[in-house]
Design a protein around this ligand. Structure first.
Ligand code: BGC
Length: 656
């Protein structure tokens, strides 16, 4: 069971803020960063409610028609973790020792700290905490304080501390200040602009105690945060019992056992643990790029959910998958309005959003990533293939039809076929191009799925014929001389980025070069054509040639990259390369490989590490309800055991 715990020792030398992210507790509705009980100046404490955001106008130096109008920023709520403690009247306590152990089997965080006054009086603080999966309004903490080497007065105060707004200081487009001055009326808190409220209910601790040396005092504290102002009366022990039951069931249906590498075993469980914790469950929230663990990317939902996270949920927790998809059906009207605003038919989903409106202020790497439409359709299709839940799909069919309608109206027929111009593919280091291969391939599938669904449901028959034609005639660029799939019409004509003379500290490139400089060259931020190959097979030789061409041009500056190259490396039989990529994906946040885990977990990569194991090493695919498995295990992994839920039935699979 050892691999079910993650402790400080598993992280190596890391920052306070990384620790806060990695041990954050969340339940899909509420997330709490695991900040220190007595704050350090470097701390960044906070808690978040999924889909709870503040909006403000986007100010452009030069505006243009149709640009996104408002930011939506997930709000950083209270610090529910810090305790005000005085020992013999002294509140200047220094941290002497800390020990953290995350019990992933139970969904509970255990911590132990020793603090001391300047005069040497020491206390031990033991914490046991969880974000309840039984009652998603609750964050619960048990606090035990022990006087280690003195007897006397200890005062202990704990409530909620609002985190006041501060100014943006950093130049890093991937993080934005999330604190907001909320309007407070009794226990009701409201954002000034988006006008969203929540209510808080909690037991305050306010004690002045005489404690003898060696003695302890214990508190059980329950914070309830409700959007509906509905509170129950839960007890700590009952919630804890339920938490353990729920995590037992979670691991029963989702665990992966890896024989041969303990570090990877721990890494993958850590990733699955976070995936389970941060996924929205109510059909009105989704999965932010950083989950509920940090303020990076403003808590926005991207294509990450559909392409990187959904497969894990579809195959192991179909109910969660369904609720993530329901979120898309609930914002369909906004996507319809957006398509209309841009002058096209159907619906265009926002590249990044919480409420459904486009919030990307930089359209070349935002709105222009039209592929999100097809990614969403792909996820619905995968859900249907794996769960057999056609009833849900038919109920949600408008998502598929409206996205197909968009492609049909945005693209056009030429002598070469059906073309899609002026888009950005997944690779954000190449923008506004014609016929991005990934986009065209995904749109082709979107049109095809819409057509099949229309025929099956006997609706939109005339349109379906057009969708079919466009799908059949989709233009997919190929360089015959070089035998390479063209990422887009112009990519192969560009100069290659000067990798040799790019110093290490200039990565990620996006923080050191103007976009125009980056777009001019053959250089990738992340998997693009190779992602299409992961989803839609081409011949082995083709995949190899494309892999060998695109991989050396890829910086992997985006965390969404390595896992995908890993899967395709498995497919082409390069298990050593696959293993290397998988290893990096499995431990990316544990080791802070991207250098910004402090902003929150890299959720898509966590889902990607599941893809690496299942799509890569286990060669998982599904065809007409039949599960296909290939043993692509690298030599380092002796066996792989996992459970999938197919058509509502659990299946255990062992590969060795
Ligand atoms: C990636 C996008 C991704 C976003 C949020 C960016 O760095 O390029 O593909 O959707 O991060 O994770």
């Amino acid at each position: 069971m050892n691999e079910f715990t993650v402790g400080l020792g598993d992280l190596g030398n890391t920052s306070i803020q990384n620790v806060e992210t990695l041990f954050a507790q969340a339940n899909g509705a509420l997330g709490v960063r695991s900040s220190l009980p007595i704050l350090d100046p470097d701390s960044n404490p906070g808690s978040f409610l999924n889909a709870y955001y503040e909006s403000h106008d986007i100010i452009y130096g030069e505006n243009a028609y149709g640009y996104a109008k408002k930011h939506e920023t997930m709000v950083k709520l209270f610090d529910m973790r810090s305790i005000d403690i005085e020992i013999l009247g002294d509140d200047n306590l220094k941290l002497q020792k800390e020990d953290i152990s995350l019990d992933m089997a139970k969904g509970i965080l255990n911590e132990e700290y020793i603090y001391s006054t300047i005069d040497g009086e020491k206390i031990k603080i033991e914490l046991e905490s969880f974000a309840s999966h039984f009652d998603r309004n609750v964050y619960a903490q048990k606090i035990i304080i022990t006087a280690l080497n003195f007897s006397g007065q200890v005062s202990i105060n704990k409530s909620v501390k609002h985190i006041p707004a501060k100014k943006d200081e950093d130049f890093d487009p991937r993080v934005k200040e999330a604190s907001v001055n909320l309007i407070v009326e009794e226990n009701k808190y409201t954002t000034p602009n988006s006008n969203l409220s929540f209510f808080v209910n909690f037991d305050k601790i306010n004690e002045n105690l005489e404690i003898n040396e060696g003695e302890s005092v214990t508190f059980k504290q329950i914070y309830q945060i409700s959007r509906e102002n509905k509170f129950t009366n839960p007890t700590y022990d009952h919630l804890k019992e339920k938490q353990i039951e729920i995590f037992n069931r979670f691991w029963e249906s989702s665990d992966i056992e890896i024989e041969g590498d303990e570090r990877l075993q721990k890494g993958i469980r850590f990733n699955l643990y976070h995936l389970f914790n941060s996924a929205g469950r109510d059909g009105h929230s989704s999965f932010g790029a950083k989950g509920l663990t940090g303020e990076g990317y403003e808590g926005h939902y991207f294509w990450d959910t559909e392409m990187y996270l959904l497969p894990f949920f579809v195959y192991t927790q179909p109910e969660i998958a369904k609720s993530l998809l329901t979120y898309r059906t609930n914002i369909l009207d906004k996507a319809r309005d957006r398509a209309e605003e841009l002058g096209f038919k159907g619906a265009l989903f926002a590249w990044r959003t919480i409420d459904g409106h486009e919030t990307s202020a930089y359209y070349p790497a935002g709105t222009a990533q039209l592929h999100i439409n097809a990614d969403i359709a792909y996820a619905f299709e995968l859900y249907e293939k794996v769960t057999g839940d056609s009833e849900f799909i038919e109920k949600s069919a408008d998502v598929i039809f409206e996205t197909a309608r968009f492609w049909y109206s945005y693209g056009f027929k030429s002598e070469r076929g059906f073309e899609i111009h002026e888009v950005t593919g997944p690779d954000e280091y190449t923008a506004l191009v014609n016929n991005n291969y990934y986009t065209n391939k995904m749109a082709q599938n979107n049109l095809n799925y819409a057509c099949k669904l229309a025929k099956r449901m006997n609706v939109n028959i005339e349109e379906a014929a057009k969708w079919e034609e466009a799908s059949n005639e989709m233009y997919l660029g190929y360089d015959i001389e070089r035998g390479i799939t063209k990422q887009d019409d112009s990519f192969l004509d560009k100069q290659v980025w000067d990798f040799e003379n790019t110093p290490k500290e200039n990565y990620p490139l996006l923080l050191h070069y103007h976009p125009m400089t980056i777009y001019k060259y053959q250089v990738l931020k992340q998997a693009d054509t190779i992602l299409a190959h992961m989803l839609y097979d081409v011949s082995n030789e083709q995949m190899e040639r494309d892999f060998d061409f695109y991989e050396p041009l890829t910086t992997h500056d985006s965390s969404l990259s390595k896992a995908i190259y890993g899967v395709v490396a498995s497919k082409i039989g390069r298990s050593d390369v696959a293993y290397k990529f998988f290893k990096e994906a499995a431990t990316m946040d544990l080791e802070d490989q991207q250098g910004n885990s402090s902003h929150g977990i890299h959720a898509a990569n966590m889902g990607g590490s599941w893809l690496g194991l299942l799509y890569g090493f286990a060669g998982l695919n599904i065809n007409n309800g039949e599960v296909i498995i290939h043993n692509n295990l690298p030599k380092e992994i002796k066996s792989l055991k996992f459970t999938l839920t197919i058509n509502g039935e659990k299946r255990e699979i062992l590969i060795k």
